[in-house]
Design a protein around this ligand. Structure first.
Ligand code: PHE
Length: 359
């Protein structure tokens, strides 16, 4: 190698090691090996040399080119590693730091209770169905075997809308039972659904609100009988209130859309003026249920000779008040932040059978 080339080699390699970042290194590469780079220029001059000298100089230039290219690659890897180290150092996370303070928002007890219902009945194979809040008279009453003269239809209980649709005034549904009808019309049995949602009745005091929530349940099959109804609801009550031996009582009752019909009471004690769920000699009514009336099945085009099933309905605020000791129904709708902070649930407190349904 000529002294000229030796000098050039030293200069170029020094330039490579001096590059302090990837952009600078790229500039060095362009200056040396690019189309107008130093080595490229020298290569272009080879043609003017005599054949012997051209071969020698050509080989020397090629070696120099390879060496510089290799040095650039090496430097590139080095700079890449340094860049990574720098990022690792600057983006370091101390996983031992305390967690951020809890978020402000709370889950409303009605939402939490619906999630609990879904977890319990979901594990029993029920899926969630929905229906409209504004209902046709037939879905809310007629199809459910509630005759026109039934007191529930009277203006004092039912909110009727001020317009007419097909000659009838729509109603705000007074219970979630119309979802039974809509489901049976649209789904081929067997059926297993629950339907949580808003319901409306013209009534307002410490235990009644013009808008409240219910959950409906419906199971239709070829061999479903009262034993299934009882087993399902006893299991539900014990899981929901988290009392393994909770007394549950079925008391004969009347609803036009079931036969036989029953109301379900759970055991409680009122000793010392304090209500406690569990054994104690007293009873609390929590829901209505029964075997779906054959007329209701027929109204939905389901053959009552072949299919039967059970249905139930309960007030969501009511069971939430009992479980969480909330004394006044009206407070549910006041959007009082202090109330929500007290009775609400942490957003990550998602109820599940395995993780726990109570707080
Ligand atoms: N719909 C009834 C109510 O609102 C409850 C119920 C549902 C009763 C299903 C029996 C069967 O009171």
């Amino acid at each position: 190698m000529s002294d000229d080339l030796k000098g050039l080699r030293r200069e170029l390699l020094a330039g490579v090691s001096a590059a302090s970042d990837l952009a600078g290194l790229e500039q060095v590469r362009v200056d040396v090996l690019g189309r107008k780079g130093r080595i490229t220029d020298l290569m272009k001059g080879l043609g003017a040399l005599a054949p012997e000298a051209r071969r020698e100089q050509g080989q020397a230039l090629n070696r120099l080119k390879d060496e510089v290219a290799g040095a650039i690659e090496g430097r590139k890897a080095e700079l890449g590693r340094a860049e990574l180290d720098r990022r690792l150092a600057s983006e370091r996370i101390d996983v031992t730091l305390p967690v951020r303070p809890e978020t402000e928002g709370r889950i409303h007890p009605v939402s939490q209770t619906i999630d609990e219902l879904v977890a319990i009945f979901g594990a029993m194979g029920f899926s969630v169905a929905e229906g409209p809040d504004i209902e046709d008279d037939w879905y809310n009453f007629g199809a459910l075997n509630i005759p026109p003269e039934h007191p529930a239809r009277q203006e004092m209980d039912t909110f009727y809308l001020d317009t007419e649709v097909d000659g009838r005034r729509p109603v705000l549904r007074t219970h979630t039972s119309p979802v039974q009808i809509r489901t049976m019309q649209n789904v081929k049995p067997p059926i297993r659904i629950i339907a949580p949602g808003r319901t409306y009745r013209s009534d307002s005091d410490a235990t009644h609100s013009p808008m409240f929530h219910q959950v409906e349940g419906l199971a239709i099959g070829e061999k479903i009988h009262m034993g299934h109804l009882k087993g399902c609801l006893i299991e539900f009550c014990r899981a929901f209130f988290d009392v393994a031996d909770l007394p549950v009582r079925f008391r004969a009752s009347y609803f036009p859309f079931v036969e036989p019909g029953a109301e379900v009471d759970i055991g409680c004690s009122r000793a010392g003026g304090e209500l406690k769920i569990g054994a104690g000699g007293d009873w609390l009514e929590i829901l209505g249920c029964g075997m779906v009336h054959p007329k209701v099945l027929a109204n939905c085009g389901i053959d009552p000779e072949r299919w039967q099933g059970f249905a139930f309905g309960m007030g969501i605020e009511r069971i939430a008040m009992l479980k969480y000791g909330i004394p006044d129904l009206r407070t549910f709708y006041e959007s009082d932040m202090r109330w929500l902070r007290h009775y609400g649930f942490a957003p990550l407190d998602v109820p599940s059978l395995t993780g726990g349904l109570a707080r």
